[in-house]
Design a protein around this ligand. Structure first.
Ligand code: KIV
Length: 266
């Protein structure tokens, strides 16, 4: 029996029902088939591929052509998960360029939703994408594409002023039309507050246990990162196969066993 397609609507229903949403990155068809077999609801073709596939120091060199190539490969292995593709650095620097890039990720790559980083500066692009029926995922907190401006991969929103800005950005993104929000490396309490304030699903990474769902970079959760950040858990331990590790991740997210407060920040 074929599985039910996950849509923006199903994710909203999951949030309302208090069911945790499992998200994982993927970059190729083979891992995507295994992620599907574990029943993970959302697959993100992250521009983290710049680091984990290409060995770059950041996500900045990743091109739109590369994102389309990997999204197309993931689409071939996809069965029912919602397929989200990252808009790479500089591919949405104006609303018209954002429309062009999102259109290509959807038409040529087969993405169902596009993700872009940033708050108030992205509102016009988001409004235009939403007006054309393009689902959008926002990304706040630690913005890897702004690593040089942020001065490194650091927790964001620890100061009251920064926390207020992130909260305000989250509200503005929702008003502009985003359908989902990733919160990366923000204090647990701030993530919990934003999750409670928004009606759209909030997916955490390094954001503690109280978001509506969780995302990890696939290669991190199967132990391929020699220096994993503290919010990562290696699910390939205990003599598991990769398929068992993916299932353990999905089960742990659904039951609330992962992430715990230690996988986030004070
Ligand atoms: O590029 C990526 O993989 C991401 C996740 C870490 C959220 O944006």
């Amino acid at each position: 029996m074929s599985k039910r397609n996950i849509t923006v609507r199903s994710l909203l229903e999951m949030k309302s029902a208090g069911e945790k949403i499992c998200v994982l990155t993927s970059y190729d068809a083979s891992f995507t088939r295994m992620i599907e077999a574990a029943g993970i609801e959302v697959i993100l073709v992250g521009d983290s591929l710049g680091m984990v596939i290409q060995g770059q120091e950041s996500t900045l060199p990743v091109t739109l052509e590369e994102m389309i190539y990997h999204t197309r490969n993931v689409a071939r292995g996809r069965e029912s998960a919602l397929l989200v593709a990252d808009m790479p650095f500089m591919s949405y620097r104006s609303p018209s360029l954002a429309m062009e890039s999102a259109g290509r990720l959807m038409k040529e790559g087969g993405a169902h939703m596009v993700k872009l980083e940033g708050g108030a500066a992205q509102l016009e692009a988001i409004r235009q994408l939403a007006s054309q029926g393009i689902p959008v995922c926002g990304h706040l907190g630690l913005l890897p594409q702004s690593v040089h401006k942020l001065g490194g991969y650091r927790v964001q929103g620890r100061e009251q002023r920064d926390a207020t800005l992130i909260r305000e950005d989250a509200r503005l993104l929702q008003e502009a039309g985003v359908d989902m929000l990733v919160l990366e490396c923000v204090p647990n309490q701030l993530a919990a507050q934003i999750t409670a304030e928004l009606s759209i699903p909030v997916i955490g990474i390094g954001a503690g246990p109280d978001c509506d769902g969780q995302v990890l970079v696939l290669y991190d959760m199967i132990g391929l990162n020699p220096n994993p950040p503290r919010f990562v858990k290696n699910f390939l331990q205990s003599g598991r196969t990769i398929q068992e590790a993916l299932q353990a991740y999905a089960d742990a997210v659904r039951s609330g066993a992962f992430p715990t407060a230690e996988h986030g920040f004070e």
